[in-house]
Design a protein around this ligand. Structure first.
Ligand code: G3P
Length: 219
């Protein structure tokens, strides 16, 4: 995936699911194409196929399970996610944590399916433990800042620097509370390869303006 990237997780915010997910995805695609910035999105499993059909920017599943085809009612099969047209998968998000054994197997199956794998971790130390499992990127998000107004970039510069020191400067995204260009600029200045965010875009009444501001922080 081209870096630095702004990866927007739609979560299951009401205005970022169903038909609204497709509309919001098209706004991301428009800003990416008009600015040249690398923008990716993560959508829920129900909307994945429709969103992948509608846009050409990288689309991630918000979660995949450690299962192949067969019995496994309700599961998100990595190979099916790939066949829907997804570019990658998020794993172990703070809101969808998995055990270590499940994580290792999920990463293996997701990569075998050809998905680009971003694994979330709550601390740089935890990210360092996960690194040998083979993710493509690690996204470090202090859980207490998720969904809030204080950004990891402004409040926890040390977390970003430690993550980059442990993991390397081409493998770290940071997130939690990221809202504006300054948050993006600081994250990149501290060595991150991009940001993972949600509410700053999904809860905005003008997501296009927010996205244009965010990408200006990459320059
Ligand atoms: O997946 C991104 C996320 O957990 C951060 O959420 O709302 O703090 O940008 P938010």
């Amino acid at each position: 995936m081209k870096l630095p990237v702004i990866l927007v997780n739609f979560k299951v915010y009401e205005n970022a699911v169903g038909e609204a997910a497709v509309s919001l995805a098209k706004i991301h695609e428009k800003v990416a194409s008009e600015t040249g910035a690398n923008i990716a999105i993560a959508v829920n499993a129900i909307d994945l196929a429709a969103v992948c059909k509608a846009v050409s920017i990288p689309v991630f599943a918000q979660h995949v399970d450690n299962l192949e085809y067969g019995s496994g009612t309700g599961s998100v099969v990595p190979d099916l996610v790939k066949k829907c047209g997804a570019y990658g998968a998020l794993l172990n998000h703070a809101e969808k944590p998995v055990s270590d054994d499940v994580l290792k197997e999920s990463i293996r199956l997701a990569k075998e399916a050809g998905l680009f794998v971003v694994v979330c971790a709550d601390t740089p130390e935890r990210a360092k433990e996960i690194l040998p499992y083979g993710p493509d990127l690690l996204a470090v998000e202090p859980p207490e800042l998720i969904g809030g107004d204080i950004s990891v970039s402004k409040a926890e510069a040390d977390i970003i620097k430690r993550a980059v020191q442990y993991i390397g400067d081409d493998k770290v995204l940071v997130g939690a509370g990221v809202k504006d260009a300054e948050d993006v600029r600081l994250a990149v200045e501290f060595g991150a390869s991009g940001v993972l965010l949600a509410s700053g875009v999904t809860k905005s009444s003008d997501p296009e303006a927010v996205l244009r501001d965010l990408v200006s922080g990459l320059n």
